[in-house]
Design a protein around this ligand. Structure first.
Ligand code: GP9
Ligand code: MN
Length: 717
């Protein structure tokens, strides 16, 4: 047997296969020990284990075309070495950034993820020789003639057969991956996904192609294209309402992202009980400006699209996520940077999922976020987390030790996760008696929304006790639908509607999400009926803070302005106005819900609005995909230097700033006589007292197939 094996090795094909097996073994070793790919079902595990094979055969197989003996062996070993360099560089990179190396990081085009050079030595582990030993050993065996040099060249036809079979194998891999994770390549949720399904080499090639396309688009961009965009946004600008301008000047801004939260939950009762009693109270409070006709406008980038719109007032992309596709390299003029430069705000994001999801770790740097407290800052073990990360009650509670040390005024964003499809809960977390429809997502939705409501109530209680509340403006918004169109007919009776007469019009109306600006101490708040959407948030907030938005390129308009544009564009070019809902050219009346009898004058209005919607979306796309903001230099705006940001050791950085500022430090902690306020936080979350365990339930894999494949009319097409 051993002899047979030796004999095999003495042939070119034997040597070839041995290198492939060794390379496969170390790749899988890296998958299992270095990367957290989160394979969560049998097919995913299977694909993860086999995905290196086809592409390795393809790449190593290039050597099979070489006839000359020495050349064959050296080229084969060279390909192996290059592939190993790629693998090992990613191992090192992942140890620091929990993400894979993109082509633009290597070519130096990317502005983020730099600063590895200094620390890379510290990232080397003692067992790293495992990645290299096979190459050294094989080279030695060859040089010292311990394996015979096979002089017989591989026949062309055979080499070609290998290439073809490898390509077919890769095709099969891709098909299975797409079946398990639809739109894998078009949506790019997370680089981890692509590696899990298709492998590291495929990821690098995919990323390279994507990068090349983006660069090409950018290189061809001309400054004059920016002028066209600017002409539009300038003429579209809505000047602030003098009654509202600056009413929150100097206040902290706390943005609370209500995951998958739809407007219909507000004031909704199930089995006689309010689903979200605390948010309802806020909604109707005199200190809250609430909007009942506010729509989400996200596309496939879902949460990340909402974040982008809220903080840049530009649209997400027509396909995929802007964060994932352009976030690493684009020039942003986003809320955290504007607030820092105009009013010295510090900024932070709190989120219980891994940093790489939606490429946040890179995008936030370009947005100018100073801190990003992601899952790595929290204990997410055992029952403390669900698939998308730390449970909301714990996120709010455990964020305080970081929040209290931020210099004020601050701009912070909390991205909640518990109310996310498939809306499942641990029994210990809910007693809410929900619906018993045939759809478990619907039944679960009311429970997870109820839980989210409680978590915000607890957070508010802390804000009040700690004194932060009176110095803050709290902005709450739902990012997008939680229940998709396919679920809406089952939902209909709960909303007092009939499933039978349910139409696309009804689906579109359900794309309303809450938008509330809570300003404790103010009495002028009410429920506003103005139509608007996520694109309008940034200018609205800037004006409340007394910062003019005029000099920035923004597509939205201040919701309080008399000139506010009430035409709400969806990402697929459908739109809603106070009077009409227009879906694929079909015009519905908002007062009857029926298709309108078309007249010339109505058609004229619709055509004009449709034209504007199309123009707005396409200008936003050209701005973002060609990175036109790099040509734009608004007054007093210094371009964000992403290389300055690094999200490791956030707390230590905060403390360092406190120490440097001494008496001038404005953090809550300093103001509180250098005493922590964490004991003021009260939660009823049972997990809070549970011990740390070794397991975590966070899945970087997205179990949300239903909500991505059958999502609303307003976010698809
Ligand atoms: C993940 C979370 C969910 O970190 O924000 O994103 P979504 O699936 O809603 O886009
Ligand atoms: Mn979301």
């Amino acid at each position: 047997m051993l002899k047979q094996l030796r004999q095999r090795l003495n042939t070119r094909m034997g040597f070839f296969w041995l290198l492939i097996i060794l390379f496969w073994a170390k790749t899988v070793f890296a998958y299992l020990t270095e990367f957290s790919l989160g394979a969560s079902d049998v097919l995913q595990v299977f694909l993860m284990l086999v995905n290196p094979i086809a592409i390795t055969v393809l790449l190593f197989g290039l050597a099979l075309y070489i006839r000359k003996t020495g050349f064959f062996y050296y080229i084969l070993l060279l390909i192996d070495t290059l592939d190993t360099v790629l693998l090992y560089a990613n191992v090192i990179y992942y140890r620091e950034f929990t993400d894979f190396m993109t082509v633009s990081t290597v070519t130096g085009y990317s502005k983020v993820s730099q600063g590895l050079t200094g620390s890379s030595i510290a990232l080397v582990n003692w067992y790293d020789w495992l990645y290299w030993i096979d190459i050294v050993a094989m080279l030695a065996l060859y040089i010292f003639k311990r394996i015979k040099h096979d002089d017989r060249p591989i026949r062309r036809r055979k080499a070609f057969a290998y290439t073809s079979v490898a390509l077919a194998g890769f095709g099969l891999n891709l098909t299975l991956a797409e079946a398990n994770r639809p739109q894998l390549l078009t949506r790019t949720f997370d680089n981890n996904y692509i590696v899990k399904y298709l492998g590291l080499d495929a990821f690098t090639i995919y990323d390279g192609v994507k990068d090349e396309r983006t660069n090409h688009q950018r290189a061809s961009a001309k400054k004059s294209e920016l002028d066209t965009v600017e002409d539009f946004t300038k003429s579209h600008y809505a000047s602030p309402n003098s009654k509202m301008y600056g009413i929150a000047k100097g206040k902290n801004v706390i943005v609370i992202h209500l995951e998958s939260f739809q407007q219909f939950l507000i004031d909704k009762k199930i089995n006689g009980k309010e689903v979200t009693p605390f948010l309802n109270k806020l909604y109707h409070s005199q200190s809250t400006y609430a909007f009942k006709n506010f729509f989400h406008q996200v596309g496939q980038g879902k949460t990340s699209d909402a974040e982008n719109m809220l903080e840049t007032s530009t649209y997400g992309l027509a396909t995929g996520s802007l964060f994932a596709q352009l976030g690493s390299d684009n020039t942003f003029q986003a809320a955290p940077a504007i607030l820092k430069q105009r009013s010295k705000y510090s900024s932070a994001v709190f989120h219980g999922n891994v940093a790489s999801f939606w490429n946040r770790n890179n995008t936030y740097k370009n947005m100018g976020y100073q801190y990003f407290f992601d899952a790595s800052y929290f204990d997410t073990t055992g029952d403390k987390s669900t698939g998308y990360g730390l449970k909301d009650k714990l996120l709010f509670k455990d964020s305080i030790k970081y929040l209290q040390r931020l210099q004020q005024p601050f701009y912070v964003k909390y991205i909640t996760v518990t109310n996310h499809f498939p809306f499942t809960m641990d029994k210990e977390d809910t007693t809410f008696k929900t619906t018993d429809t045939s759809d478990s997502a619907i039944n679960g939705y009311f429970q997870t929304a109820h839980y989210l409501d409680q978590s915000i109530k607890e957070f508010y209680a802390y804000l009040k006790k700690s004194g932060l509340l009176k110095n803050s403006m709290i902005v709450l918004y739902g990012d997008h639908y939680g229940l998709s169109n396919s679920e809406n007919t089952t939902l209909a009776p709960i909303l007092g509607k009939s499933a039978k007469n349910w139409t696309s019009y009804d689906n579109a109306q359900l794309q309303r999400v809450p938008f509330m600006i809570n300003m404790p101490g103010t009495k002028g708040g009410k429920v506003e009926s103005t139509y608007g959407g996520e694109i309008d948030v940034l200018p609205t907030i800037l004006h409340l803070l007394g910062i003019s938005s005029k000099r920035y390129v923004q597509f939205g308009t201040d919701l309080f302005s008399k000139q506010h544009d009430q035409v709400v564009a969806f990402r697929n070019r459908d739109f809603v106005t106070p009077k009409y809902t227009v879906l694929s050219g079909k015009v519905y009346s908002n007062s009857t819900g029926e298709e309108v009898e078309m007249t010339d004058s109505i058609q004229k209005v619709i055509d004009k609005d449709q034209k504007k919607v199309n123009k707005e979306l396409s200008l936003s796309d050209s701005l973002n995909s060609k990175n036109l903001l790099r040509f734009y230099h608004p007054k007093d705006f210094k371009k964000v230097d992403a290389a300055k940001y690094n999200y490791a050791d956030g707390l230590q950085k905060e403390i360092k700033i406190e120490n440097a500022l001494k008496k001038a430090s404005t953090s809550l902690y300093s103001k509180n006589g250098d005493k922590s306020t964490t004991s003021l936080y009260k939660t009823d979350a049972p997990e809070a007292s549970h011990k740390k365990t070794n397991s975590t339930r966070i899945q970087i894999t997205n179990p949300d197939d239903t909500s991505t494949t059958s999502s609303s009319s307003s976010s698809k097409k």
